[in-house]
Design a protein around this ligand. Structure first.
Ligand code: ATP
Ligand code: MN
Ligand code: MN
Length: 668
């Protein structure tokens, strides 16, 4: 019978002896017996494989009640083990156990309620995009929790975003100790498990195996014993997921919703084999997203194939403290340097962060302009000769109006660029428009948008318009890669294996002739007689002709996760400017189409794949038909439509009307 009672957490009475029925669990701060009226279970918030978690009221306060499904005596043992562990854990980074009920018929854990649910739900269902500082803070909190745990001799064994809970202020709390074990017990536990079922413990029993499989270290997949370093691996994969917002081994950029490894028919065995012997890892967060290079290399160390090469959580916490300290210092400097630009808000800060993460200060746009201008030594060839061959009175003369719209969309940074150059070099009958879609950073797109039209001016009518376009693409590519190389040599670019690139499309109109050059997956269509005509072909590895071309040029094309991709960089496009690591297979040479314009031609639409991913050629024509005939408004309407349809990419649209239109005209 109770001998004495005192008050524990939340003021609930602790009745001595405060142990479970078996006497194996005890605590001097967490009540383990609760009189039934002190709690009420409300609605379930999550149904796990092994438990149901309810929103509940305990002693007047909102809490989370985890009620394990206990149907066998083994499961009952497991409850006691989890409770024993939880009673010993007191750390701000670990989900707080407030009370437990450990008597038949009710076995329930009561936890602090974490309002923002788990990190997996937050990232993938709510599509939350943390800012970098938030993400780094969560990383540090989680690392400290695991450091504490390992100091106690405990291994968690199920570190993954679904087991990281966020409170109202987005602080992280590690939860779910259902698989946790004392290190000293592990060898015995795991051999028992293997012997009894031929399967490892925990996550493997669950139906949705991949959910846990993707966070498992290679040595676990090859059935070795868990160590602290297996938690380090799972931590690395989880943090990369936090920074990219992408579920490991899926590509959210792929079409429609078929994203998971399972859906892509990548079987568990294949994935296991690829992780263990092929060294496959999730796609690392991009340097262009502003993540410090030191953070990226820390992640890579955490998921090293050899557990001994992975850092301990003591090392990780130290390293993270350093990274955060460095950022604070830089922010201070930026604040004093960029007082005036603060008004621009996020974008400017993003750009500043990006620059710092590259540890360089190159303005690629200025660089592109400067370089191509230097090449021209101020002399432009001009386009006169092309025009001299026309008989003015006989040829059809299109009447142009143009506009564009570009948006970052749901991405954190803008890597698309474009230019509109009607009446180039003051020629009233020569016009050029271009779209660039950067990848692995915006550098190539920013450089090319300046350099490509400049090169075109230099080349001028020294050759045919088609050859001039070809030459301009190739020279832009070479100039960009040379420039990057020289920065690398001068140590301004420290990333040895940073190979930014961009796809490019350019339309050149010379009187009644339209030349479209394309390298990559930007697309240009012409509306003729109310029908779309594609003037470019998408250069992607899923196109058999392109695949063949890449392979015969010495490139490697492999089916990776969800689609055909080129080289170790796993690029989906097969032609681009930049991408030095994939040259010459991923060529910058464009395909060029030539079209004679006539009175039937209504307008031209050029756009990055952010539009074409979700809006078809025919739909583009219909949307413009139903929009006020003003090119900038049509462009904006198309981009908005794409964003509404869930395009996850940057979106850039250029619309060029080829004959006079009245803005009052709504429908053709
Ligand atoms: N304290 C809490 N506050 C808010 N939500 C919680 C809390 N604890 C758990 N949850 C929710 O319930 C889910 C399952 O919890 P938990 O991982 O502890 O259970 P489980 O049965 O072990 O699940 P799993 O299937 O991952 O093994 C969490 O992902 C989270 O969404
Ligand atoms: Mn869980
Ligand atoms: Mn794109």
């Amino acid at each position: 019978m109770p001998q004495q009672s005192y008050s524990g957490k939340m003021g609930l009475d602790i009745v001595e002896p405060n142990t479970c029925v078996r006497g194996c669990c005890s605590s001097n701060s967490i009540p383990l017996h609760l009189p039934p009226p002190s709690f009420t279970l409300l609605s379930p918030v999550a149904k796990g494989a092994e438990s149901v978690v309810y929103e509940a009221i305990l002693d007047g306060k909102k809490v989370a009640a985890k009620k394990p499904i206990l149907s066998t005596s083994e499961e009952l043992d497991k409850f006691h083990k989890e409770l024993q562990l939880l009673c010993k854990l007191h750390h701000p980074g670990i989900a707080t156990l407030l009370a437990a009920h450990a008597k038949p018929p009710n076995y329930i854990f009561f936890f602090e309620f974490y309002e923002q649910s788990n990190l997996a739900h937050k990232l993938h269902v709510q599509e939350w995009i943390p800012d970098l500082d938030q993400a780094l803070l969560i990383t540090l909190q989680l690392a400290k929790a695991l450091q504490y745990l390992h100091d106690q001799g405990i291994i968690h064994r199920d570190v993954k975003p679904a087991n990281i809970l966020l409170d109202r202020s987005f602080s992280a709390h590690l939860a779910d100790f259902g698989l946790a074990e004392y290190k000293k017990d592990l060898r015995r536990v795991s051999t028992e498990n293997w012997r009894s079922s031929g399967k490892p413990t925990g996550g493997f029993h669950k139906k949705n195996m991949v959910g846990t499989l993707i966070y498992m270290a290679p040595e676990i997949l090859t059935k070795e014993v868990h160590t602290e370093k297996s938690d380090v691996y799972s931590f690395g994969v989880s943090i990369n997921e936090l920074l990219t917002g992408i579920i490991p081994y899926t590509d959210i950029r792929a079409e429609a919703q078929a994203h998971t490894v399972l859906e892509m028919n990548y079987t568990e065995q294949q994935l296991t084999a690829a992780v263990v012997s092929g060294g496959l890892r999730p796609v690392l967060a991009g340097i262009e997203s502003g993540v410090p290079a030191s953070m990226l290399s820390l992640i890579q160390k955490c998921w090293d194939a050899n557990p001994q090469n992975r850092p301990s959580f003591n090392d990780i916490v130290l390293e993270l403290d350093g990274i955060l300290h460095q950022r604070k210092k830089m922010e201070k400097e930026d604040l004093s340097l960029h007082q005036s630009s603060i008004a621009h808000g996020h974008r400017v800060m993003d750009r500043i962060n990006n620059l710092h993460s590259y540890q360089e200060n190159i303005n690629w746009s200025t660089q592109g302009e400067y370089l191509s201008k230097k090449a021209s030594v101020g002399v432009h060839s001009g386009f006169r000769i092309w025009l001299d061959s026309f008989d003015d009175s006989l040829t059809y003369q299109p009447v142009l109006s143009w506009g564009s719209f570009a948006t970052c969309g749901r991405r954190e940074s803008m890597e698309d660029t474009h230019f509109l150059m009607p009446y180039i070099c003051d020629e009233k009958d020569v016009h050029v428009f271009g779209v660039f879609d950067g990848h692995r950073g915006a550098a190539a797109a920013e450089f090319s948008v300046q350099a490509l039209p400049e090169f075109l001016k230099i080349i001028g009518s020294t050759c045919s318009p088609a050859d001039a376009l070809l030459e301009a693409f190739v020279r832009t590519d070479v100039a960009f890669r040379d420039e990057l190389d020289s920065h690398r040599k001068s140590k301004r670019v420290i990333q040895k294996d940073w190979h930014p690139g961009c796809t490019a499309a350019a339309a050149l109109i010379v009187r009644n002739k339209l030349f479209v050059a394309n390298a990559g997956d930007c697309r240009t269509i012409l509306c003729r007689n109310r029908c779309p005509i594609a003037l470019s072909r998408d250069h992607v590895a899923s196109c058999p002709e392109e695949r063949k071309r890449v392979v015969s040029a010495g490139g490697q094309v492999k089916w990776q996760v969800d689609t055909w991709r080129v080289g170790p960089a796993a690029l989906q496009v097969t032609r681009s400017i930049g991408d030095g690591d994939l040259k010459p297979a991923v060529t910058a040479e464009p395909e060029i189409t030539e079209t004679v314009l006539s009175v039937e031609d209504e307008f031209l639409v050029m756009a990055s794949d952010g539009l074409w991913d979700v809006v078809s050629n025919t739909e583009v024509i219909t949307i413009i038909r139903n929009t006020v005939k003003e090119p900038a408004m049509c462009s904006k309407r198309l981009a908005t439509e794409a964003a509404e349809r869930g395009s996850k990419d940057n979106i850039t649209v250029i619309v060029v009307f080829l004959r006079p239109v009245s803005t009052a005209e709504r429908v053709y």
